[in-house]
Design a protein around this ligand. Structure first.
Ligand SMILES: NC(=O)C1=CN([C@@H]2O[C@H](COP(=O)(O)OP(=O)(O)OC[C@H]3O[C@@H](n4cnc5c(N)ncnc54)[C@H](O)[C@@H]3O)[C@@H](O)[C@H]2O)C=CC1
Ligand SMILES: O=C(O)C1=N[C@H](C(=O)O)C[C@H](O)C1
Length: 266
């Protein structure tokens, strides 16, 4: 069987470099090229700290797609570029696997329509770590019995988007399981704006950004006389890679956009 040819956008990033190491280890995957903001025309092997791939680096995504034969784009960049890259990949018939977070609902809807129109699979997963996917599923289940819930997510201080994609997805899953609910005291007032965190359908999300952290989330459910906390920690970005591989395997058989890795699990 032919190797699956993958283009990685964001190869020098924390996730992108981990994805290159995963591709290096996995039989059946081949790095076709990379898309980066810098190093146009250089090879991946020329860059310090990255695996010794001969694949070329392109700054212009369209130039890359015109020059290189590829099956899949793995995007691990920033919200603005991730969206543009995903859209461009679909226009060139390349299936995107997207870990980049921070897309708006309108952008997700637009990409869903484009995937349908092109009959091409897309996987967008706010979290590729299996433990985090289970945390979200367990939280959805718990919300049926414990509708009062707050989410505390903690990340490294280089993260651009807040709240995290995982926290938003968790809140959306909980929303599916419980009635809409305004939590806390009805006359509650913030004396300092933001004190109660972000709000999705009455659920509060608190975002912590500190050096030393990787990716962590607690979903805290409250009920009279008891609390239930569902917690997940990613201590290393390797934790996301089996999910990226799973998405690469599945996206080739899909002809629609799938949002969330849970949709690919048995
Ligand atoms: N879905 C998941 O499981 C996970 C998702 N993420 C998300 O992945 C994204 C990347 O995260 P990190 O690797 O931690 O960030 P990072 O800041 O370490 O890496 C981002 C990379 O994107 C590159 N980049 C920026 N603009 C670009 C462009 N126009 N073309 C090509 N490359 C460009 C930057 O040079 C940088 O190397 C974020 O949105 C983050 O939230 C992070 C961890 C897990
Ligand atoms: O930026 C990160 O690091 C992470 N981003 C994703 C998110 O926004 O949920 C996934 C994970 O939490 C790590």
């Amino acid at each position: 069987m032919n190797n699956v040819r993958v283009i990685v956008a964001g190869p020098r990033g924390k996730m992108g470099s981990e994805a290159l190491r995963m591709i290096e280890k996995e039989e059946g995957l081949e790095l076709a090229a990379c898309i980066d903001r810098k190093h146009n025309g250089e090879q991946v092997k020329d860059l310090k700290g990255l695996p010794a791939f001969d694949a070329f680096i392109y700054e212009d995504i369209e130039e890359c797609f015109q020059a290189v034969e590829a099956d899949i784009l793995v995007d691990l960049t920033t919200p603005a570029f991730g969206y543009k890259h995903t859209k461009t990949a679909l226009e060139y018939g390349i299936r995107p696997v997207v870990g980049t977070t921070g897309f708006t609902t309108a952008q997700l809807e637009e990409l869903t329509d484009l995937a349908e129109e092109k009959e091409l699979g897309v996987v967008i997963a706010p979290n590729f770590a299996l433990g985090a996917v289970l945390m979200m599923q367990f939280s959805k289940w718990a919300a049926k019995y414990f509708p009062d819930v707050e989410i505390i997510e903690r990340h490294h201080d280089n993260k651009l988007d807040a709240p995290s994609g995982t926290a938003v997805k968790t809140a959306q899953l909980i929303q599916e399981a419980r009635e809409s609910k305004q939590q806390g005291h009805p006359q509650e007032k913030e004396t300092i704006e933001g004190a109660r965190g972000a709000d999705i359908d009455g659920m509060k999300i608190h975002s912590v950004r500190l050096p030393g952290l990787v990716a962590h989330q607690e979903v805290v459910f409250g009920s009279s006389g008891q609390n239930l906390t569902i917690k997940h920690d990613s201590f290393h970005r390797e934790s996301f890679m089996s999910g990226v591989k799973l998405a690469i395997d599945h996206v080739q058989k899909l002809d629609v956009l799938v949002y969330g890795l849970e949709n690919l699990l048995d």
